[in-house]
Design a protein around this ligand. Structure first.
Ligand code: HEM
Length: 272
């Protein structure tokens, strides 16, 4: 028996919603304790951090929602398919436009971890759509839980007025987050899984958290490099040579736009 299996069997009944919560409990604690999420909890989120996060969220939700839409009639997707209530892509586009202007699409740049996460979503959308529930659960129920507090912190930290720049956190189609989460859990529990597929879905949920943790860590690395580069004058030569290397790339144009010097040795950066 592997670790996710034993935890699910020990701690919970047979409902998928309970099992998924139990097997991802430790991963949730680790996600909360990433540097980026800790900055959030301390109310120390900067505009640079937030803009970078929005770019990654856009690519993640683009993949997730395209795959959910394409598989909307699949028996394991249909019960948890709530585009009216949950879809985030349009809101993310509007938030990005708020910060980057009408040419925002050209400014989207994400680290390698985001690219890997989106690739995994597309892969399972094609070969195992029944596992999409694990990813939809991880993102949407997270957004409807701790995510609601993060929205308020973002607004306060960045001094934003109204919903401008923070539409991502707002769910106009959901009147009560708690009641909606209950409905969502009951829909998850109605999916008919074989034992093997149920186990695969639980493993995929743990993976979904890992992908998120990797994205936060990569974003933090991009941000730390900026701070180091701007505080360490000795890096000027290296920084200049890197600028030459990246000078014609959209990644650098983006990086300069958000105030980052790209010294991404060993970390892929993808511009779309
Ligand atoms: C600052 C960081 C975070 C805080 C403070 C936070 C806080 C919370 C809280 C208070 C709940 C409600 C627990 C309950 O109702 O029992 C929750 C649930 C949840 N969170 Fe987070 N969270 C954070 C980050 C994340 C991240 C990064 C993810 C995943 C990407 C995530 C995914 C979830 C999920 C899926 C649930 C629903 C659990 C369930 O009811 O099954 N959270 N979070």
């Amino acid at each position: 028996m592997d670790s996710t299996k034993s935890k699910a069997a020990e701690n919970t009944g047979s409902d998928l919603s309970e099992q998924i919560k139990a097997v991802t409990k430790d991963s949730h604690v680790r996600a909360e304790n990433t540097q980026l999420m800790l900055s959030y909890q301390k109310g120390q989120i900067t505009q640079t951090q937030y803009k970078l996060l929005l770019c990654s969220l856009y690519e993640i939700y683009r993949a997730l929602e395209e795959e959910l839409d394409r598989n909307a009639d699949h028996p394991a997707v249909q019960p948890i398919y709530f585009p009216q209530e949950l879809a985030r892509l349009e809101a993310l586009g509007q938030d990005l436009e708020h910060f980057f202007g009408p040419q925002w699409r050209k400014r989207i740049t994400v680290p390698a971890a985001t690219h890997r996460y989106a690739q995994r979503l597309r892969e399972i959308g094609k070969s195992s759509p029944e596992l999409l529930v694990a990813h939809a659960y991880t993102r949407y129920l997270g957004d409807l839980s701790g995510g609601q507090v993060l929205g308020k912190i973002t607004q306060k930290s960045l001094g934003l007025t109204g919903n401008k720049g923070i539409l991502f956190f707002s769910f106009p189609g959901v009147t009560s987050a708690n009641r909606f989460k209950q409905l969502y859990r009951s829909r998850m529990n109605s999916i008919e899984f074989t034992e093997q597929k149920r186990q695969e879905a639980l493993d995929e949920a743990v993976r979904a958290f890992e992908f998120n943790i990797d994205v936060f860590d990569d974003l933090q690395k991009m941000l730390s490099i900026t701070e180091e580069a701007s505080s360490d004058k000795g890096n000027e030569a290296a920084s200049q040579s890197l600028s030459k290397t990246f000078s014609s790339s959209p990644a650098l144009q983006f990086a300069l736009g958000v105030g980052i010097t790209l010294a991404t040795v060993g970390m892929g950066v993808y511009a779309f």
